[in-house]
Design a protein around this ligand. Sequence first.
Ligand code: ZN
Length: 171
Amino acid sequence: MPGGLTLAPPTRICPACGGSNEHEAVFCANPECHKALGDFKYVLEELRANVRWHERLADSVTAFIGRPQFLGIHAFWFAVWIVVNSGVVAVMSFDRYPFSLLGIVLTMETIFITGFVLISQNRESRHASKQAELDYEVNVLTYRKIHEIDARLDDIFNRLDRLEAKWQKPQ
Ligand SMILES: [Zn+2]
């Protein structure tokens, strides 16, 4: 509109930190906040808010197990254990061949690791089903909205057709 008011683009106020963001922003621009600014729930945020201490611990442990350092530490540990207990170096051995104490320690470690991995996997699968549920919800809402718009468009076209017919009749 020439000569009219030039409106500043609307901003989106973050409900968590109160910072102002661009209207199109999806996440808060404040790096410490980074809140999702959508009109509906953000699954990851909700899941992070509900995470319990043992799940957080399980996630960190599982993330560490997936790193090459985990294998490196074990290789080093086994080498030292075997060298110390096979009498190669002059130190007191405490677990002679066939290293039964090492076997017990490793069995216990396996039990704990299995538990942590299962907790982490359960959380992942809960996360996936929650995500799917929200996707479905958004799809249904979008579908309904499109139908509503479609019906309104049909109505507008019908009215236009009637108007056109009215205007064309006298000529
Ligand atoms: Zn914020």
